[in-house]
Write a new protein. Structure first.
Length: 161
């Protein structure tokens, strides 16, 4: 990957609202070249999606978010991919990661209530033959998401004498 592509990705990762014109000015390139590079990065699957980071505490609608640790038995010839794809297909699943350590998959889910998330885990996730165990952790408050402080600007370290 060339330097311009890396620069474009870094800028878009920081602020996906940047226009090709603004990125061109920031990188010293021309707008047409930047537009072509962005289109190529999208077409190749390097850029998957543009999104906004929301402070859900500021939104009127109530919902809960949970991290579910899932321990699974990998399937012969497919490893973890098949079960991960099956779990990822559920609308409740927002993020899914293969992990090292004591569990295999980290699943972030959204639900309307604690009960709906609990029901999702007990009626859907835990029913897969490959699933050995689950542990559900409800997210109570987010302090920083994708590098963005959720409350009061930048996180500052306390200096105490």
């Amino acid at each position: 990957m060339e330097k311009l592509e890396k620069d474009i990705l870094a800028l878009l990762a920081e602020d996906s609202r940047l226009t090709a014109k603004k990125i061109a000015a920031m990188t010293g390139s021309d707008e047409k070249t930047v537009s072509a590079k962005i289109a190529a990065l999208e077409d190749s699957g390097v850029i998957v999606k543009y999104t906004a980071i929301l402070n859900n505490d500021s939104i009127e609608e109530e919902f809960v978010e949970a991290l579910i640790e899932v321990k699974v038995t990998p399937r012969r010839g497919h490893g973890f991919d098949m079960i991960a794809n099956e779990i990822a297909a559920h609308a409740e699943v927002k993020n899914l990661y293969l992990m090292s350590g004591s569990y295999d998959l980290a699943v972030i889910v959204h639900g309307k209530s604690l009960r709906s998330v609990s029901r999702f885990v007990s009626e859907k996730i835990s029913t897969y033959d490959s699933v050995i165990s689950t542990a559900t952790h409800f997210i109570l408050k987010k302090y920083k998401v994708e590098g963005a402080a959720m409350y009061g600007g930048e996180n500052r370290l306390s200096v105490q004498a």
